[in-house]
Design a binder for this molecule. Sequence first.
Ligand code: CUA
Length: 343
Amino acid sequence: MPKSPLARMIIYGLIATAILLPISLSIDWFPQAGSKSAHDIDTLYDVLLIVSVPIFVLVMTVAIYSVIRFHARPGDTGDGPPIHGNARLEVVWVVIPFILVSSLAAYAWITLHNIEKPKKGEMIVRVTGQQFEWSYRYTASGGRQVQSTQLYLPVDKPVKFQIQTKDVIHSFWIPDFRLKSDAVPGVTTDWRTTPTKLGTHDVVCAELCGAGHSLMRSTVHVVSDRTFTAWLTKQAGPSGPPSPAQGKQLFAANGCSGCHTLAAAGASGKVGPDLDNVLRDAAKYAKGKPASSYIRQSIESPNAFVVPGFPRGTMPQDFAKKLTPQQIDALVKFLSQGGGGKK
Ligand code: CUA
């Protein structure tokens, strides 16, 4: 072992680095990488480790050496020698960290910039946070809107999430993709990624948003392009213009028959107005307006007008959110046929 303290510190430092660096790089710091961006970010972290471990070892070596070499001996009660700075040392320990930190910041910026760059043919998925559920909107062929609480993505296709919230701040996070963004009231935020790993990944809300925060999770299904198209087409429902037949299905599926009477739908509810009379009601209460706009308003904002004799606020207020515009069109068509028309 050389006598010079500097040479010994260098040898101990190199040995410690040689042991610690492979260990730090072999640890699984993150969940599986499920997207292109995840690989970019994992590489960034590996570079940070490669730079940080030798610096950590350097600092610890100097600190441990100083403790051993310069600690007060028993009976030593005097002051240390007065030292008036060391300009050369100070310049070195300011300039080198400055260069290191600036380079790493630039590298991180470039990585993020590449991830955030618009990609050719990217698919847009609108993400909505709401206490305590994520929902996703897609545009299917022919402009039909699809809404789902499960996130489906085709593998190897770039996607841009447009993130909004209906109430408080949430944070849309897919750990396997390494990216997240807050959902802020009144603002649309976004992030981009390209999923690369088939299978399911967790979607998490990463912002404390209320009592159900920890339950605000869903799943992203990364599937083949074919499976995705089939799924989207199925969700979009029948193609072509909205049809009364589709409206009849929606009438049954959304529990309308629980409250309304409508012979064409085999419904006999008594809580809300009798829809066999809906055209007569429209003529009476919405003078001058077409019956279809009276019906649409009754579905989308039921409190705007309530038929006399019926309680206010009983009809659910959220059909405009729950149903797609295409579905509402279908319902309006169905009901505009004179309460089903054929009895
Ligand atoms: Cu939404 Cu936490």
